[in-house]
Write a protein that binds this ligand. Structure first.
Ligand SMILES: Cc1ncc(COP(=O)(O)O)c(C=O)c1O
Length: 436
């Protein structure tokens, strides 16, 4: 028994016998076949048929010429960012990153793996605020950022929770300033975006593109990621760097710094077994999103938004945001939180605690990067310009910070594609009772 189970608002609700997860792996059986195949044929290494096949299948699915299978999405993002740095600023010395002394414009509301590679490469991330229409990088704030830092030549853009960002506008701005784009499609594999009237998949929209097969993603390899490109030269470079940068000599010969970032043929076996189910998983996730949207429509909340004219998300995570006037008072410290229970109102942590009490997993919205202690000294640009230091007795208003507002009022809902409609109805019921 915990507080919520004693709370009369939740009378009659029983905890789920088996936990309902935020997003867990969904295996189908084919994965076992391809893993066994790797072991049976003794290709238990970072070479093998599974790797070749998943590279071929993903490139064909996404619509790029080349896919390079790597150990994780973070590795793909690191090499994509390094490639961009080298293209822009030349090859760096072995003990220096390619972005040393250079700023990079970055999505602010994303997982830190999107943008940490800027630090790996000795660059300085400048965070661009979020727009409320898709919860991704705001093109207006990006324009402001180029007003302030016209020398910047690299943009890292993520598609949060599987919803494509406003890439047509972002590409136009990038081109106008001669900037390259690293696209982080880790969460949005299979999502589509309408670019200049044509539907294309995310993973094709940057100059260097990345996806992830992390255990929580729409399909998984237990781990794994890919670098996607139409440039043979870039694909070959990433393949070389990811396998320790060996030169073509009979002995270990190195002219560049290398990494051990290649995907294993065992992991590739899991990915190979999962790939035929990508569209099925997207359909399940979409049904979950639609059921939440209908089931929560009478509450003062909205779902994570998208524009059906320009985006077909993969609906990886369903999220909701509480209307400002329906927020019960709540505060967050660096590691803990406190909220009040107020009739007719609620807060993300009340809902997350209630869900946890009944054995369902939600999660706070990804805390924006400009609010993270590690990046607290980095620039943050909003639609109004510099977003730092906006509160003062002599300055009217506190300034706009869309990301902080979504973080404050939003939450990720249990979105596991094995959740049954009956379980989801109970979750929707719990959320309603939070607002009683
Ligand atoms: C937006 C985003 N970028 C990058 C990553 C990193 O991918 P990986 O875990 O495969 O390294 C993740 C998730 O893990 C992510 O959600």
């Amino acid at each position: 028994m915990n507080l919520f189970q004693n709370d009369p608002r939740f009378a009659g609700i029983e905890p789920f016998e088996r936990k309902v997860w935020l997003a867990s792996p969904t295996m189908h059986g084919d994965e076992q076949h391809w893993v066994d195949d790797a072991i049976r044929t003794n290709w238990v290494s970072t070479v093998g048929a599974n790797i070749n096949e998943v590279e071929r299948q993903v490139a064909a699915r996404v619509g790029v010429k080349y896919a390079v299978a790597l150990s994780c999405g973070t590795a793909a993002l690191h090499l994509a960012t390094k490639l961009a740095g080298e293209k822009l600023y030349g090859q760096a010395r072995p003990n220096q990153g390619t972005l040393q002394g250079h700023r990079v414009f970055c999505s602010d509301m994303t997982f830190d793996a999107s943008i940490n590679p800027v630090a790996y490469e000795d660059g300085e991330a400048v965070f661009i605020d979020t727009e409320p229409d898709t919860w991704n990088m705001d093109p207006v704030a990006l324009e402001r950022a180029f007003d302030l830092y016209p020398e910047v030549r690299l943009i890292i853009v993520a598609h949060l929770y599987g919803t494509p960002g406003k890439m047509e506008q972002i590409r136009r701005i990038a081109d106008a300033h001669g900037a390259l784009i690293v696209e982080d499609a880790a969460e949005s594999f299979g999502a589509k975006y309408r670019l200049n009237g044509e539907w294309v998949e995310t993973g094709t929209l940057g100059d260097y593109n990345c996806i992830s097969f992390n255990g929580n993603k729409i399909i998984t390899g237990s781990a794994g990621g890919m670098f996607l490109t139409n440039s043979r030269e870039d694909a070959e470079k990433v393949r070389k760097w990811s396998t320790q940068s060996r030169e073509a000599a009979p002995w270990y010969q190195h002219e560049e710094i290398g990494y051990n970032y290649r995907m294993s043929n065992i992991v590739a076996g899991v990915v190979r077994g999962q790939l035929p189910y990508l569209d099925e998983h997207i359909a399940q996730k979409k049904a979950i999103y639609e059921r939440y949207r209908a089931g929560l429509s009478d509450l003062p909340v909205r779902m994570n938004p998208f524009d059906p004219e320009t985006a077909q998300p993969n609906f990886w995570l369903s999220c909701m945001i509480i209307d400002a006037d329906a927020m019960a008072p709540s505060v967050r410290g660096e590691q803990d939180y406190l909220y009040q229970t107020v009739p007719g109102k609620s807060s993300p942590h009340e809902i997350l605690d209630a869900l946890a009490a009944f054995n369902a997993e939600g999660r706070p919205i990804w805390k924006p990067m400009h609010m993270q202690p590690i990046y607290r000294t980095h620039a943050f640009i909003t639609t109004e310009g510099n977003g730092r230091g906006r509160s003062n007795a002599y300055i009217a208003g506190a300034g706009i910070d869309v990301g902080a507002d979504i973080f404050r009022r939003g939450l990720c809902l249990p979105s596991d594609n094995k959740m049954t409609p009956e379980q989801q109805n109970v979750i929707i019921d719990i959320i309603h009772r939070c607002f009683q």
